[in-house]
Structures are given as C-alpha cells and as structure tokens.
Design a protein around this ligand. Structure first.
Ligand code: GLY
Length: 340
C-alpha cells in the first residue's frame, strides 16, 4: 500500500476488491512496486502513448500499441489483445496495464476481465477524462454498431495511477473534454470545483466517484447519478459519429438535464441557468451541434441502458439528482428545440 505524499491517495473501499487511486506528478513510477505487490510474474502493457512514456515494470513485459478513440473500442480489439496475451503466455498470475484515454482503459479493462476469466489490471489513465472518471469504478466495455458501451463487465482494477505529467501533453480540445465529467460533479454532490487547481479538481472528482461506487458498485441505484448528462450525451456521440467527444457531449447533456428538470418543475430557472454557467465556465459546448435531428436523438435515448421504463434521465430535483423514468417525449423534444 502506497500512502506517502506528495501524491494524493483516494481509497475505493470495495472489500476484497478495494484499491487505491493515486494522483500526482510521476506516479507512474510507482508501477513496479504495485506489480511486485500483486506478485505478478510478467506484464502486458497496452499503451496508446509513445513507448518513451511507458514506466518501467521490473518484469518481463509485452508492449502492445493501442489507439484511443471510440472507433477502436470494439470486440475486435478485445479479441486482438486476448490473442496477443495468449501468444505471450500471460497467465492469471501475471498482470495487464492499460495506458491511455478512457476508450483504452475501458477496452483493456474488458480484455483483462475476459482473458482466462480475469487477470489483474492496473490503469494508467493519460487523459483528464480518463483520470476523473473512466478509469475508476470498474466499468469496462466496448461499443457495438447499435450503441455505446453495450457490451461490458464490472472488473475493478487493482490500482489506478493518475499521473498528472501526462496531462501536459494533451491537445487543448482533449484537456477541455475532460472538464465535461468535472462539470457534472457540480450537480451530483461534488460541490463547486471551478476555482480549484487541476490536481484538486481531479482528487475531488475521484473522491466523489469512489464514494458513489463504494455505495453502489453495480449500478443498482445511486451510481446512476454518475451518468448525469449522459443520456443525451451518449446519443449525441452516436448521432455525430463520435465527432463530438464524450466530455463535450456530456456537457451539452448536462445543460439539457438542467433545462429538462426545469421544464418538469423539478428545479427553478435559476438552477437551470447554473447548469449553463458551469458548463460554459469550463469552456465546453452548451448547444446541440448543427444538423443533429431531435427525433433521431430520442430514438437513440430510448436505447440507453437506463431506459427500462420509457425515456429515462438523471435529473436534479428537490432531493438532489435522481433517476426519472417515463419522461414525456413531447417535453424532451421541446427542450431539445431550445438547445438548437
Ligand atoms: N461513468 C459512469 C460510471 O462509472 O458509473
């Protein structure tokens, strides 16, 4: 167990599946100690970053290049990884390390969960979005032509190393994309993070996520709040062929969630306006992209995993954010029209 400063250490308390998320500069250098702690004999690093960013492992290592991006988040990629693990002779006594954005940690996490019915995995998320959300909480998955994240399992990592050195290498658009998940924290109990230093924003987001995941690991209730803004967000990603990035789409989905909650009388206009202020304040988009068809979005939102009972959204209200089912389509269409 690593607790020494200057790193921030956040516990994800899940009993025998408990682990730590370690945040700070150069924390990737903790990898050899973590792998030794797991007793791993060999390791496969699947990395979407240049090889010079790979931390040493102290073990015989197979390096497999990966590509970030929703297009590569497929069962075909999982099959390719499993085949490479097998050719390397990876066993359940070894470990897998993912290094990349959220699409890479999701896909590699699924490959680790399925290979030999489960190999330990450590995530080294390299984008802001992956550090504050995707790499923490054990959701793994890939996309199908029919939709995003439709196939996956829960497979908790053994540790997550959020090395902030990686963030300095991000293009501006990718850095702002990460704020989509930080912005939604404002409305699900994370408080106002806008004026904090970046490391504190990451720590606050991960701390919030860890507490939600600890209370509801398998998305039976409370964990839905983490999907604030995501029902429309996922539909927008699909409708734009993933031209809109996840955090950007969630940002628009967050503004929409505020307006929809107001239209349903759950919150006042001032709170809906706060959604717009927060999202805009992080430099994120707030309106639907040109050319997106609202009825097509509704069709996609009906396929959302949460939508077991009509159009379903996580919405703010007098008791905070909660799942709201069977929202009338006419209201959804009217609020979408406001965001054109
Ligand atoms: N990204 C939402 C969750 O992990 O539940």
């Amino acid at each position: 167990m690593i607790t020494a400063p200057p790193h921030a250490v956040i516990d994800v308390p899940l009993g025998e599946r408990a682990y730590q998320v370690i945040v700070g500069a150069r924390v990737r250098e903790l990898l050899p100690a973590l792998l030794a702690g797991l007793g791993a004999g060999r390791v496969a690093i699947v990395s979407a970053r240049p090889p010079e960013w790979d931390p040493p492992t102290g073990l015989p290592t197979l390096r497999l290049p990966a590509q970030d991006g929703e297009r590569h988040k497929t069962l075909a990629t999982v099959e390719r990884l499993g085949q490479a693990f097998a050719e390397f002779g990876l066993t359940r006594g070894d470990a897998v390390v993912s290094c990349g954005g959220g699409t890479t940690t999701d896909t590699v996490g699924l490959a680790a969960a399925l290979y030999h019915r489960g190999v330990p995995v450590i995530h080294l998320p390299t984008t802001l979005l992956a550090q504050v959300d995707a790499s923490v909480g054990g959701k793994t998955g890939v996309n199908l032509p029919a939709g995003k994240n439709l196939v996956g399992v829960y497979w908790q990592p053994r540790a997550v190393l959020c090395d902030t050195d990686f963030l300095g290498t991000l293009p501006e658009r990718e850095r702002i994309n990460g704020y989509g998940e930080i912005a939604r924290c404002h409305f699900i109990g994370g408080g106002d993070l806008r004026d904090l230093p970046l490391v504190d924003q990451i720590v606050a987001s991960v701390t919030l996520k860890a507490s939600v995941v600890a209370a509801d690991e398998r998305d039976a209730g409370l964990r839905h709040v983490l999907n604030y803004g995501h029902t429309l967000g996922h539909a927008l990603e699909r409708a734009t062929g993933y031209a809109l990035r996840h955090g950007e789409a969630v940002a628009i989905g967050t503004v929409f969630a505020g307006r929809l909650a107001a239209a349903l009388g759950r919150i006042g206009e001032d709170r809906a306006a706060e959604h717009l202020d927060v999202v805009r304040g992080y430099g994120l988009p707030t309106r639907l992209p040109d050319g997106v068809d609202a009825t097509g979005l509704v069709t996609l939102m009906r396929r959302d995993k949460k939508a077991t009972d009509g159009l379903t959204f996580v919405l703010d209200g007098p008791s905070g954010a909660e799942l709201v089912t069977d929202v009338p389509e006419a209201v959804v269409l009217a609020v979408l029209a406001e965001l054109v």
